[in-house]
Design a protein around this ligand. Structure first.
Ligand code: ZN
Length: 385
């Protein structure tokens, strides 16, 4: 047994989404009055990327920051050449029921080898489900990079030949976490006016400006057509529905498509700059449709970590602390103008939502448990600090 796993088992406290544990949540540096400590709520992080060697570190982070379960969206594919999914499922089993896995599928290989590539991908998904994966993650490569059969274009998000894959996901009850596009600023010139300049300076290859790729709007239209076409398939639009810059548009999608859900992964900096009252109303109105996610990347060493986004240097433990503390502070307090979890994503401060406990419970845990039909088996007795 992993040393960290032994520690987890020793700290069993009850099933997630059902119990309260004592610790403070969301520090309030901006106010002089001491905040009333409130019980730490159960949490499932629906958006992480845990490497096969990252289990021990993932368990330490969960215990440290009060997260009961993680969904690893980097499951890999079930088939050759790497059979990565097997290893990721094995790692999830070794977590003692605290990690669940979404599979990926082999778009590039299927398009290259089968004229009916959507059927091939549906078969692959079925196999992944049999092996133990609970959902499907579609990376932004669909629409931006995977080649179409003609070898000249990219495979569109709404390519009709992919329909069998998305229909099969619905039949199998596997939610589809889908990333389409990227921040709108990545399509704009990477100059002084670009609000993501710090990030683009650290990662010049993240810019799509002048690249032969579809426009942001075209990708989003493909994505919407995909969601519309499969009413019996559950979609989780990652990164706040792939459109955190425009919550009104995300609300329109949520109103129109009952099969559409969103996660908050790596977008607290973006949504945190919108008017806090308006965003609180958004979280209240769509309280059954929003899932808590971080986009945490976990590897075996500190150098392998990613907290939503990274600069050119490896992130530090201070970055980790800011990432989680600012995240809890955003959801749980009404503090104003504090540092975002990931300042490299924009030079602005954010305002907290101070959601009610009932809404927080849904956001942090209950919506995920319902949608994924999965709960972490155990939880830590205490969170951070
Ligand atoms: Zn991600």
């Amino acid at each position: 047994m992993w040393p960290a796993l032994a520690m987890v088992v020793a700290l069993v406290a009850g099933s997630a989404c059902g119990c309260r544990r004592s610790t403070s949540a969301g520090k309030s540096e901006a106010t002089t009055a001491k905040p009333t400590p409130r019980p730490r709520l159960p949490r499932i992080d629906v958006h992480t990327h845990v490497s096969p060697e990252g289990l021990e570190r993932a368990l330490v982070i969960m215990n440290q920051w009060g997260i009961d379960g993680m969904v690893n969206l980097s499951g890999g594919t079930p088939g050759p050449p790497k059979h990565r999914l097997e290893g990721q499922l094995e790692m999830a089993r070794a977590s003692g029921g605290r990690i669940a896995v979404f599979t990926n599928v082999s778009f590039v290989r299927a398009v290259r080898t089968r004229p009916d590539y959507g059927v091939a991908l549906a078969e692959e998904l079925r196999l992944a489900k049999e092996m133990g994966a609970i959902g499907l993650k579609i990376p932004k490569g669909l629409g931006l990079g995977y080649p179409a059969p003609d070898g000249e274009h990219v495979l569109a998000v709404d390519d009709p030949k992919l329909d069998p894959l998305f229909e099969e996901a619905g039949k199998l009850g596997m939610p589809v976490a889908i990333h389409t596009g990227d921040p709108k600023a990545f399509w704009l010139p990477p100059d002084a006016k670009n609000e993501r300049l710090d990030e683009l300076r650290a990662h010049p290859d993240w810019s799509f400006f002048g690249e032969p790729v579809p426009s942001w709007a075209e990708l989003y239209a493909q994505f919407e057509r995909r969601v519309a076409r499969h009413p019996r398939t559950t979609f989780i639009g990652v990164h706040f529905g792939n459109d955190p810059e425009d919550p009104d548009s995300v609300g329109r999608m949520l109103d129109k498509y009952p099969n559409f859900f969103i996660d908050t992964a790596a977008r607290v900096p973006e949504i945190g700059r919108h008017d806090a009252t308006k965003m609180r109303q958004f979280f209240e109105k769509y309280q059954d449709r929003i899932l808590f996610g971080t986009d945490l990347g976990v590897g075996p060493t500190q150098d392998d970590m990613m907290y939503g986004s990274n600069g050119s240097q490896a992130p530090t433990l201070d970055d980790e602390r800011r990432y989680f503390e600012s995240t809890w502070r955003y959801f749980e307090t009404r503090d104003r103008q504090f540092e975002s979890p990931t300042p490299i994503q924009g030079r602005w401060k954010i305002d907290g939502l101070g959601l009610s406990e009932a809404v927080l419970r849904k956001l942090y845990c209950e919506n995920a448990a319902r949608l994924l039909k999965w709960k972490p088996a155990v939880g830590p007795t205490a969170a951070a600090k």
